[in-house]
Design a protein around this ligand. Sequence first.
Ligand SMILES: Cc1cc2nc3c(=O)[nH]c(=O)nc-3n(C[C@H](O)[C@H](O)[C@H](O)COP(=O)(O)OP(=O)(O)OC[C@H]3O[C@@H](n4cnc5c(N)ncnc54)[C@H](O)[C@@H]3O)c2cc1C
Length: 435
Amino acid sequence: MMQCSQAATRRAAATMLLNARRAKHYKVLTVGGGAGGLAVSSTLSNKLGKGAVGIIEPSSVHYYQPSWTMVGGGVHQFKDSMRDQASVMPRNADWIQDYAVAFKPEENKVVTQNGDEFTYDFLVVAAGFQLDWDKIKGLKDALGKDGVTSNYSPKSCEKSWEFMQAFKGGNAIFTQPDCPIKCAGAPQKIMYLFEDYITRQGLRDKTNVTFMQGLPAIFGIKKYADVLTNICKDRDIDVQVNSVLKEIKPETKEAVFQQGDKTTTVNYDYIHVTPYMSAPDFIKKSSLANAAGFVDVDQYTMQHVKYPNIFSLGDCSSVPTSKTAAAVASESGVVKQNLLAALEGKPLPAKYDGYASCPLVTGRGKLVLAEFSGFTGQPLETFFFDQGKERWSMYSMKKDLIPRMYWDQLITGLWNGPTNVRFLTNPLGWQQFSA
Ligand SMILES: Cc1cc2nc3c(=O)[nH]c(=O)nc-3n(C[C@H](O)[C@H](O)[C@H](O)COP(=O)(O)OP(=O)(O)OC[C@H]3O[C@@H](n4cnc5c(N)ncnc54)[C@H](O)[C@@H]3O)c2cc1C
């Protein structure tokens, strides 16, 4: 009898706890604990104190995704690209380990997969991209087998290196879809690492290397597009633009491309596929989304165009710049300043300039550091020298320094992009307008 009543008391306490959780209100609620979500929440939870910030993040592992290019090229170890999510969560923030599934902005509420509902004064949406593997026929089943690989998945990025080492010559194809993707240079970076590797192995004469770009240009910013075009010419890499991968046929090792009105089928021995990507479905179907499915924010203030107490940054936001962790750093500085001002009812002080960067690895020990504004299409370079040249120093920075900056500075809220250091490192704006 006594045991029964103790069990009932425990059950009642558990139910109360559950109800308390369901009713939890946050000053700032963040959806997504990736690069952008952590960069913002780390600073805000420090400033606002324990329990004021909640982070909805389902994953128990946090990945440093830019490393997967180097994993695929045999430079980094995969295990070093991951950490327990618990170890990177800000100490003062509550971690709600669940999926956000719906927004109720009129009630200042987010619903999770468990059915819990969290309310907020301010909401930050940083849920990244979803990878639409199904949009290329046959890809999902073929991935990770028999020469078909992608650095865009933690499950297959190691395969890029494994298949590269097993390659004995033939057709090597690298694809990019005709849509916005994370790090628009990454589909090429692995190609340059591949070409470098097989050259060192003495296999270059037996190999055709082709870049099948779904978009009309090799890269979106002219200064760096010209550099990359010349590199491809020098290395005998065939670049075909407006070439969209439609299907993989693993049984015959064929890839089917749409090139304008024409359908072309090519044999492959090694194929690195960049899948289609889009904002996550739960955002697309919400009233937060624009027509393209992204969280509809003002590109300068990062504030939602309809709901002033919502901000968004990173891959899932509508901001028209390159989808990179580098862009996230600058965006996070703007979101933090503006959100802290909004919490005090003050006007929003910060404006984003569209800064993004793409460290274009062009071989082992070689890198062109593209830095630009996605708003103007013009270079916005941090250093006083011409960043349009391949450099070992920039490669070392990508390989050794930037990963440390990500773990120690970006996701801890200490790095808000290079805008504040540029006046020291490139006081005259050297090379910025050389495009
Ligand atoms: C192969 C590769 C190479 C790259 N190279 C570079 C590079 O060289 N330089 C560079 O700057 N950037 C690079 N990037 C891009 C960079 O990693 C992303 O742009 C950056 O991580 C975006 O940050 P984010 O916060 O928007 O999204 P993410 O960091 O992807 O975080 C999104 C978070 O949201 C969570 N989430 C998803 N669904 C839900 C949900 N329903 N509810 C709650 N949470 C959810 C996810 O679990 C994740 O933790 C690369 C990416 C890849 C894949």
